[in-house]
Design a protein around this ligand. Structure first.
Ligand SMILES: [Zn+2]
Length: 702
C-alpha cells in the first residue's frame, strides 16, 4: 500500500511543478481540447508491441505466464500514472491432466483423439506449453458407451430425440457448437441423463463452409478445437464454491461450499475438432437426422445410437488456484466516490490474440491516453478505474469475485464499460442497457474510423440487420428503439459485465470490432493469425482504444449523467407486450399485463421528464445524478430470479437455455415458458414493483 501513496504524491508533484507547457492544476480545458489530445495518443505501433508481449506465451488463468501478463498490465497502468494494485483470489478451477477420446467400435473405425492442433504452417503451434483442449468445469470420468448425435444440444433437440424414441440415457452424446452456450449443452445433457458429452466444431459453424481455413484463410482448420468453460454461469458465475462472497486467499474454508456440493456440471464433457468428430459421425447409423441437423461434413448425418462406441477418459486436475486481477485507478476531483469502471480480461485459453489480447491492448492504449491528459494537468471529476480481470474464461471469476468483494462501494458506480474479444475484424458493434444505447451512438460520432468518416458513420453504413426484440403488437406507445438508427444490442452473458449489471444493477456497455473469426479458443488465436486476418495495421486497435477511452472520458466528466430512461421504459414496455402475446398463446386465460405495462410507461414518462431538467447548481446536479444512478439499481429484484437468486436484474439475464443471449424480463418470460400461470402472475407483480420504484426515484427529481 505504501507504494501507491508514493505514486500518488509523485503524480501530484509532477502536475504542480510539471514540465513546461503543462497546464496548472484546475485550469479548465475545453471538452474539444481534451478529446483532441486524448484521441491523438492511441498508437498502432505501441498496440502491436503490447500484443506481441501479451501473446508471447499461452497464459491460462492461474499459470506463471498468466501472472506475468498481470504484471505487464500493472506496469503499463503505472506508466500511465494510475494507482495500481494486483488483487489475488483463490478460485476452484481445473486444468486437464489426462484427456483421451477413442473410438472402440465398430471394428475397423479408428480414432484416437484429441489429436494436436496442427496446420501446414504456424509459428506458435509447437509450443509445448499449449494445454490439451478441454472444458473448464468438466468433471473427471471414464465412460464407454454408444454415441447419439443431438444437433446443437438445445432443449428442442433433446425433445426431438425423445419424440423419435431415441434414448440418450447412459449414452455419449455428440453435439456441435453453435446457437447456445456450451454450458447449456452440458446442463441439458445432464438433465436428459447422458453419460458423456462431446462438443465439436462443425465446418458449417466456423470452418471450410464459411471460407478458406487457416493458414490460407481465417476459418477453423480441421484440427482446430474450441476450448471453453461448461460452468453453469447462467445460474452462478464466479467461483462456484463462494456464491455471493469473494474468494480471498485468506477466506476460511468453513465459508466455502465444499466443491462436491457446489453447483457444477456432472457429465464428463470435452471438445473436439471436426477432424476427430468425423469418424464418429460418419459411422453412426439409425435414423437420418432432421434436415436442419445436417452439418457441412460430406455425408448424411444420422442419429445413432451406435454402432459407434466411444471411450472418454478425462482426468481433471482441480485445485484452488491463484488468479490476479489488475486494478488501476485515478481519483476523481469532484465526485471521487463515484466510479467509472472499465474492464477487459487478461487470461486466455492459449495465446489469446483476439480473446482477450486485442481488448487488453486497446484498454492499455486508452489508459495511456488518460495518462497523457493527467500529465497535461487534467483531473477527472469522477474516479476512473481500469480493470484487467483474470479467470474470465473459467467462468467470469476475477470480475465476479471483485464485484462481490466491493459490492457496497460499487453502489455509487456510474457505469461499467466492457471489452473482450475487442478486435477480430473491421465491423464495429456495441451492446448496452437501453439507457446507454444513445450514449454509445454519440460516443462513436466523436471517433474517426479507419474506413473514413466517423465510427458511427461506418457502423451505420454497414447496415446490418437490427437484432431487435420482437415488438410487433399494437401498443399505445410508439417504440423508440425502432427509430431509424444504428441498432445497439442487448447484454446477455459470456463476459465480465455480468456481475456488474445482473448482480449489482450497474448500467453497462460492451463493444467489439469483429470479423471472420474462425480460431476462437483454439491454439491458432495467435499473433500470426491476428496480423494476417484481424487487423494487420492495428488501425482497429486504435479505433477501439479511442472509443473505449471516449466512453470513459464522457462518464468521468459529465455534469449530468447521460442515461436515457425514456428509451429504457419504452423498450421494457415493448418486452412486456411481446411477453403478453406469448402468454395469450400459452394460457387459455392469461394473467393481466396491464399493471406492468402501466408501470413501464410511467417509468418512460419519468425518464423523459428528468432528462429535461436543467440543473442550476452543484447540489442539484448531485441530486439528479443520484436519482439517475439509483434508477438502474432499482431494477434489481430484492430476492433475485426464481431458482437463481444471484441474478437479480428484472430486465436482463442470460437465457437459461441460450446462456449467451439475453433473456428479457426473464422472470416473466421463463414462467410463461414453464407454462406456470401462478409464477407468471408473481413475476409480473415483482416486475411491476421494481418499475414503480424506479419511476418513483426519477419522479422525485422532475
Ligand atoms: Zn474473452
Amino acid at each position: 500500500m505504501k507504494h501507491f501513496i508514493l505514486a500518488c504524491l509523485c503524480a501530484a508533484l509532477l502536475v504542480v511543478s510539471g514540465p513546461g507547457g503543462a497546464a496548472p492544476v484546475g485550469e479548465p480545458h475545453t471538452q474539444a481540447e481534451l478529446d483532441k489530445l486524448f484521441l491523438s495518443v492511441p498508437n498502432p505501433k505501441v498496440a502491436e508491441e503490447d500484443l506481441r508481449v501479451l501473446t508471447s506465451a499461452p497464459h491460462i488463468a492461474g499459470s506463471p505466464e498468466d501472472k506475468k501478463a498481470a504484471e505487464f498490465v500493472a506496469q503499463k497502468f503505472r506508466e500511465a500514472g494510475l494507482e495500481t494494485e494486483i488483487v489475488e483470489y483463490k478460485v476452484w478451477i481445473n486444468y486437464p491432466s489426462e484427456v483421451s477420446v477413442d473410438v472402440v467400435a465398430p471394428p475397423g473405425v479408428k480414432m484416437h483423439g484429441p489429436r494436436p492442433e496442427r496446420v501446414s504452417s504456424d509459428p506458435y503451434q509447437d509450443d509445448p506449453r499449449i494445454a490439451v483442449p478441454y472444458c473448464g468445469s468438466s468433471p473427471s470420468g471414464d465412460v464407454e458407451a454408444e454415441v447419439v448425435y443431438a444437433n446443437y444440444g438445445r432443449l428442442e433437440d433433446f425433445k426431438r430425440l425423445e419424440q423419435m424414441k431415441v434414448d440418450v440415457r447412459g449414452k455419449i452424446v455428440i453435439v456441435r457448437y453453435g446457437t447456445n452456450y456450451r454450458g447449456v449443452k452440458a446442463y441439458l445433457a445432464q438433465q436428459f441423463g447422458a453419460a458423456g458429452l462431446l462438443i465439436y466444431s462443425d465446418p458449417l459453424e466456423d470452418g471450410y463452409f464459411k471460407g478458406e481455413p487457416y493458414p490460407r484463410g481465417p476459418w477453423r482448420p480441421a484440427t482446430g478445437v474450441q476450448r471453453g468453460s461448461i460452468g453453469y454461469s447462467f445460474n452462478l458465475p464466479g467461483d462456484p464454491t463462494t456464491p455471493g462472497i469473494a474468494s480471498l486467499p485468506g477466506l476460511p474454508s468453513a465459508q466455502r461450499t465444499p466443491p462436491q456440493q457446489a453447483e457444477m456440471p456432472k457429465v464428463p464433457t470435452t471438445p473436439l475438432s471436426w477432424a476427430d468428430a468425423e469418424p464418429i459421425l460418419k459411422h453412426l447409423t439409425g435414423a437420418e437426422s432432421p434436415r436442419d441437423w445436417q452439418g457441412a461434413l460430406p455425408f448424411t448425418y444420422r442419429i445413432g445410437p451406435g454402432p459407434v462406441r466411444v471411450r472418454m477418459h478425462l482426468k481433471q486436475d482441480y485445485a484452488y488456484r491463484s488468479i490476479w486481477d489488475v486494478i488501476g485507478r485515478v481519483s476523481g476531483s469532484v465526485y471521487p466516490e463515484e466510479w467509472v469502471l472499465a474492464g477487459n480480461h487478461h487470461d486466455a485459453w492459449v495465446f489469446g490474440a483476439v480473446d482477450p489480447g486485442s481488448g487488453t491492448v486497446a484498454m492499455l492504449e486508452a489508459a495511456r491516453g488518460i495518462g497523457r491528459l493527467l500529465k497535461a494537468g487534467w483531473r477527472p471529476k469522477r474516479t476512473i478505474i481500469f480493470a484487467a480481470w483474470d479467470g474470465e474464461e473459467h467462468g467470469l471469476m476475477g470480475s465476479t469475485e471483485w464485484a462481490e468483494q466491493h459490492a457496497a462501494e460499487l453502489d455509487r458506480t456510474v457505469a461499467y464499460l466492457n471489452m473482450d474479444s475487442a478486435v477480430s475484424g473491421p465491423n464495429f458493434g456495441a451492446s448496452a442497457v437501453p439507457s446507454l444505447k444513445q450514449f454509445m451512438r454519440e460516443v462513436t460520432k466523436s471517433v474517426p474510423s479507419p474506413k473514413g468518416g466517423t465510427v458511427y458513420q461506418a457502423w451505420r453504413a454497414a447496415g446490418e440487420n437490427p437484432q431487435q426484440p420482437d415488438v410487433t403488437g399494437s401498443g399505445r406507445i410508439p417504440v423508440v428503439q425502432l427509430r431509424a438508427d444504428v441498432p445497439v444490442g442487448d447484454l446477455g452473458s459470456g463476459s465480465d459485465y455480468t456481475p456488474f449489471l445482473q448482480h449489482l444493477g450497474i448500467a453497462s456497455t460492451d463493444i467489439a470490432s469483429s470479423g471472420s473469426y474462425g480460431v476462437y479458443h483454439s491454439a491458432f488465436d495467435d499473433m500470426a493469425w491476428f496480423k494476417r486476418f484481424a487487423d494487420p495495421d492495428f488501425a482497429y486497435e486504435q479505433e477501439m482504444a479511442r472509443v473505449f477511452g471516449m466512453e470513459v472520458l464522457r462518464f468521468a466528466d459529465a455534469d449530468q449523467l447521460p442515461y436515457d430512461y425514456e428509451n429504457y421504459g419504452k423498450e421494457i414496455a415493448a418486452y412486456i407486450r411481446t411477453a403478453q402475446g406469448r402468454a395469450e398463446k400459452t394460457f387459455a386465460k392469461p394473467p393481466s399485463f396491464a399493471a406492468a405495462l402501466e408501470a413501464a410507461e410511467r417509468f418512460a414518462r419519468a425518464g423523459s421528464a428528468v432528462s429535461e431538467i436543467q440543473a442550476k447548481d452543484a447540489s442539484e446536479i448531485t441530486a439528479v445524478n443520484r436519482a439517475l444512478r439509483e434508477a438502474e439499481r432499482a431494477l434489481l429484484l430484492p430476492r433475485g430470479l426464481p431458482g437463481r437468486p444471484w441474478f437479480r436484474h428484472a430486465i436482463y439475464a442470460p437465457g437459461r437455455y441460450t446462456g449467451y443471449m439475453a433473456t428479457v424480463i426473464p422472470g416473466v418470460n421463463e414462467a410463461i415458458d414453464a407454462n406456470d400461470y401462478q409464477g407468471t402472475e408473481q413475476q409480473l407483480a415483482a416486475l411491476t414493483a421494481v418499475l414503480a420504484r424506479a419511476a418513483g426515484i426519477l419522479e422525485r427529481h422532475r
